[in-house]
Each structure stands twice: as C-alpha cells, then as structure tokens.
Design a protein around this ligand. Structure first.
Ligand code: CUA
Length: 623
C-alpha cells in the first residue's frame, strides 16, 4: 500500500515537473519567436516608419517598426540644440515660434497627406494643443516647414486630413470660448473646427460647434468631417461636463460649409469666416453618442464612423451615408480609440481595462453575440493605438502599436516619474500576440505608420540649393551699414570660409551659411560660445542668422557635428574689436582665401589649397 502511494506521489511529481518544463519551453520559444519578429539586423532597415507625436516634447518621434528603434526626433514647436533648431533668439524659426505662441508645444496627432485614400509621403501635419497651432513637416527632408497660428480657437486638439485627397486639414478647438470672443460675455462658451488648406496653410473657414470638440476623422469620400464632442452641457467645471448621458458625434458637411461661405452666410473674425450652423442649414449634424466620447475612427471601407464611449463601455457605430446609429456594442471599460486591420476587424483601446479588444465590425453591426474576438493586456492604461495603415483605405493588417500612458514596473526605475511605454502587437493572426515594448520620452499621444516604400523615392540625400545659398568661391564679409555686417560663409570638410571674421562691438552680424557638401549625412554645425547659438546644416542646407556682437574678445565658432578626422580643427574666429579700437574693418572677398587644408584620406574642397595664398590673405587682411 505504502509502495503504491509512493508510486503515485512520484508519478504526480514527475507529471508536475513535465508540465513545468513544457510550460517553460513554451514561454521561452514564444519569446524567441517574438524576438525574431522584431529583430532587424544591423545595416538592415525597418519595414515601417512610425511617426509618434512627441506630446510635451513638442516634436515628432520617428521610430522604425518592428524594431522600435528611434531614428529621428523632428523638432517642431520647441527649440532643439541637438538639431540646431530655433536655438538662438534671432533664429528666424525661433522668431516664428514666438510670434505664433511660444517656444514650446504639446503635439498630439500626426496626420500624413493622402492621395486616393493612402499616404502619399509628401507632408505630415501635427497640432500644438497648448498654443492653438498646426505645423507641417516635409517628408522629403523631415523638417518642419510651416507653422500656423489658428485664429478664434484655443486648444487645437484632434486633427485629421479630409480624405481621400487631403482637401483640408481639419483642426478641432477643444477649449470652448465666449462666442463673441469677449471674456465678459455670460453666454455659453462655444468652439470651432478650423479647415486649413494644405498647400497655402491658410484657414479657409471655421464651423462653430457647442461643447468641447475632441478627436477627428473624415469620411473616406471626403463628404463629412467627424468630430467627437463632449460637454454638450457647456459646463465650465468637471462636474458640469459629465451631466448628460449622451454627448455627440458632430458631422460637418464640407460641401455645405463651403457653400455657406460662398453665399456670405459666415461672419468674418480675425480674417476667417466662421459659420454658425444655426444660420446655415445642413452644415452640422449632431449624432447623440454616450458618454463624453473620445476617439472617432472611420472604417477603411468608409462605411462606418466609430465613436469610442470613454465613460460608457460601448462604441457607437454610425453609418457614414445616413448618419444613423446602426449598433452600439459593449467592448470593455474606458474605450478611447479604434483602429483597423485589412480583414474587417476593429481594435479598440480600453484605458480602464488596460487592454486592446479585437472585434468584428460586421458581426457587431449584425448583432451577432460573438463579435468580440480577442483581448490582450497592455502595460498600462492605453490611450491611442494604431495599426499599420489603420487610418487609410488600405491597412496592412500586421502590426499594432499600443501607446500606453503609464509604464510603472516595465522598465528600470528612474525615480517617481517613469517613461511612456509603447508596445508592439502582432495582429496578423486570429489571436493578438505581444511582441515587444520600448520606452519613449513624454508623451506620444498618437502614431501613424508609413511603409518605408512610400518614402523611398521621396527622401532627399541633400537639400536643394536655396535661393540665398552661398556658393564656394563667393564667400565674403561685407559691411552693409554703419552697424551691420553680413558674412557669406560656406563649410565643407573640414573648414569654414571665411575662418576669420573681424567686427566691431555693437555690430549686428548676419551669418548666411551654406553647407556645400554633396554627400548624404555630412552635416556641419556652427556653434558660437557664450552666445546661445548652435546651427545645424545638413548637406546642401543654407541657414541665415543675425546676432548682436558680444563684448570685445575672440570667439571661436566651431563645428558641432563630428564630420571628419579634422572635425576638432573645424573652427574659426569671430574677433570683436572695441568700438573705438584702432583697427579699421573693411570688406573681405573670397578670391584670396584658402579653405580646407588637404588631409590624406579626407575628401576636401576642390578649391585652391595653396598655403601661400592663405598666408597672403592673412597679410593683406587690413592689418
Ligand atoms: Cu564639420 Cu565637424
């Protein structure tokens, strides 16, 4: 008997051990599989660009997917010394930032330009919630190109391009304002949706909407611009904003709005026609949806707009032709946003459940009980989510990025504040599979994926020659006024021309600088100590900056990008003479100058490298 019991115990232990071993190996092989799927070997490229808004970083993060490698940060609304972007107070871009609302921004929603309902790789727009701005980034140079302050609007939140051919970029004003723009007005506050023309970056018209206008999308045929609206109560505190069980999905009929403007039914304020829907029939339809809704996303086939309930565990599915609600299925707690694959499935982020829920759109519309397909836990408190191509008419159906607000225990602790957590999920099968996670600085709100192939032929290797570019051989220092000096400078590995600039205290010096390199990645910098100045010039780029001279002395400007073996020697002097000093300062031309000493193995300028000439120039330079 004892023997039998012993046998049973031993057998049970063996089974337990076997189960444990199998469990372990299953976990470990799943890990290996996931790791292989996100591994991109050195030298190979990712399949997708993911553009993540930088949130309070005021920028756009460019991340490779599936690897999760940060490839670039595109500074937009904040100065970035690393890229020589808007650092100096006299940098034209810095002045533009300050003139439009300040040198910081809160970016939320990257929106690429579309042609025929898919990304065309020309532009990416990004909002600044904090200062009511919209910026445009060129995708051939990955540089911020235009910054627009939007009149009559505070809190530029949701943005979306009008599909399928980017007729406008719609921008939602989240923070409601006194309707007449006067702070003394006791009437309920309202806000506007602004419609911006993509090329001119001008606001063509605005449509007034009651309440807080939140997230946006457009119908795929370009007829309607959809915005979720919470606080239809028009409350001015949190308690007042959550009284109603239903707020709204606003559908703006774009053609009707254009007609209202053409018919003179809009009232112009700050140069922009504002349409009051009560005076222009057919412009605005409010569809009641529960409760303080957040995201709105149109299905790739264009049939439905899906509003996520936030304070309701439901999503509301609206027919985009009839604007009628066709279903309101439960999906889980705190639904915020929805994205799509290429097989008719929707993926909704659940903030409170910390989950992504996968559900079938047709089944939900038909009222089938089995519309929920899968759920996966995320870490933690997911906001936006985006499947590859999920906002276009042709999703790819392979990857989904979960943009989680909290990371808590997911990374090495770095104090009470932790990084944001992005998680990459494989959605190619029936079940979702967690592949990888990577942290980011605060705080990506939203992301879009763009196939690398879209940008392959578009991304430039060098900048186009600008109208104000300085050509090699045309460098000069000219006195253009009693207190104005203009320096026309070129740079090439590894020298500035000119490398000595003499000015007087009290001069304003304008540096017009061109990097005349013709090879990709040969970026030079121009930093001036004690002057808050760093300019970055990628190959072919021309930058112009004006500074007031510092106090008399010798200031070494130097290259901030490690460009060659002579990088450390790539320096020059700004010599500031006292106002009443003995030295007469006159013009200088490049004819006698020498730049770029020959160094074995380092490609250099094609100009003369004659040390004799260099010596002559030193001799004849007004001494
Ligand atoms: Cu040019 Cu370092």
């Amino acid at each position: 008997m004892t023997r039998i019991i012993t046998l049973i115990v031993v057998a049970a232990a063996a089974v337990a051990a076997l189960v444990q071993t199998l469990g372990c190996s299953e976990t470990s092989s799943a890990r290996t599989l996931a790791a292989q799927e996100v591994y991109v070997p050195p030298g190979e490229h990712d399949k997708y660009y993911a553009f993540l808004s930088g949130g309070q970083s005021g920028s756009v993060f460019v991340v490779g997917i599936p690897s999760g490698r940060l490839i670039r940060e595109i500074p937009v609304f904040e100065p970035r010394a690393a890229y020589g972007y808007a650092v100096h107070p006299n940098d034209p871009r810095r002045r533009e930032l300050e003139a439009t609302g300040g040198a910081w921004g809160d970016t939320h929603h990257p929106a690429p330009s579309e042609t025929n309902g898919v990304y065309d790789g020309r532009y990416l727009w990004i909002n600044d919630l904090a200062n009511g701005r919209l910026a445009r980034v060129r995708l051939d140079t990955f540089e911020t190109d235009r910054i627009l302050k939007i009149p009559n609007l505070q809190g530029a939140h949701g943005i979306a391009v009008v599909s399928p051919n980017t007729k406008y970029i719609g921008v939602n004003g989240e923070f409601e304002q006194p309707t007449d723009g006067l702070a003394t007005n006791p009437a309920p506050y309202t806000s506007v949706v602004a419609f911006v023309e993509p090329e001119s970056m001008q606001v063509k018209f605005e449509v007034r909407v009651n309440g807080n206008i939140d997230i946006a999308d457009s119908s795929k045929d370009g007829r309607y611009f959809f915005s979720t609206v919470y606080n239809l109560e028009q409350g001015k505190d949190m308690g007042g904003m959550i009284q109603f069980d239903r707020d709204a999905l606003a559908a703006i009929d774009i053609a009707a709005a254009e007609k209202a403007v053409a018919d003179g039914k809009a009232q112009v304020r700050n140069g922009v026609p504002i349409i009051d829907p009560e005076k222009a029939e057919g412009v605005l339809t409010l569809i009641p949806v529960p409760k303080n809704p957040h995201g709105v996303n149109v299905t790739p086939d264009g049939r439905y707009a899906i509003a996520s309930g936030k304070l309701s565990p439901t999503v509301t599915i609206v027919d985009t032709k009839t604007l009628k609600i066709v279903a309101e299925p439960e999906v889980g707690l705190g639904p915020l946003h929805t994205t799509f694959d290429n097989r008719g499935n929707a993926y909704t982020s659940l903030f409170l459940d910390s989950q992504v829920v996968k559900w079938n759109v047709d089944k939900a519309v038909a009222g089938a009980p089995d519309y929920i397909i899968d759920r996966i836990n995320v870490h933690y408190n997911i906001g936006h989510l985006q499947a590859a191509g999920g906002e276009t008419m042709k999703p790819y159906g392979d990857y989904l990025l979960a943009l989680n607000k909290l990371s808590k225990d997911q990374y090495l602790p770095v104090g009470p504040d932790m990084p944001e957590a992005q998680e990459l999920i494989d959605i190619s099968g029936e079940k979702m599979r967690m592949l990888a996670a990577f942290p980011t600085p605060p705080e990506p709100h939203d992301a879009v994926f763009m196939a690398a192939s879209v940008l392959k032929s578009k991304v430039k290797q060098v900048f186009d020659v600008a109208a104000n570019a300085v050509k090699a051989g045309d460098e000069s220092v000219s006195r253009t006024g009693p207190h104005d000096v203009t320096v026309n400078m070129t740079m090439i590995r590894s020298a500035y021309t000119p490398e000595t600039i003499e000015v007087r205290e009290g001069d304003r010096v304008t540096f017009r600088m061109t990097n005349v390199e013709t090879i990709r990645d040969m970026t030079h910098g121009f930093a001036l100590p004690d002057h808050g100045l760093n300019v970055s010039l990628p190959p072919g780029a021309t930058r112009e900056i004006t500074i007031d001279t510092p106090k008399p002395g010798v200031y070494w400007f130097y290259c901030t990008n490690f460009c060659s073996a002579l990088h450390l020697e790539m320096r020059g002097r700004l010599i500031v003479q006292p106002k009443d000093g003995p030295v007469k300062i006159s013009d200088w031309r490049a004819g006698q100058n020498v730049a770029g000493l020959e160094v074995p193995g380092v490609p250099s300028t094609e100009k003369s490298h004659d040390r004799e000439k260099h010596h002559d120039r030193e001799q004849s330079h007004d001494r």
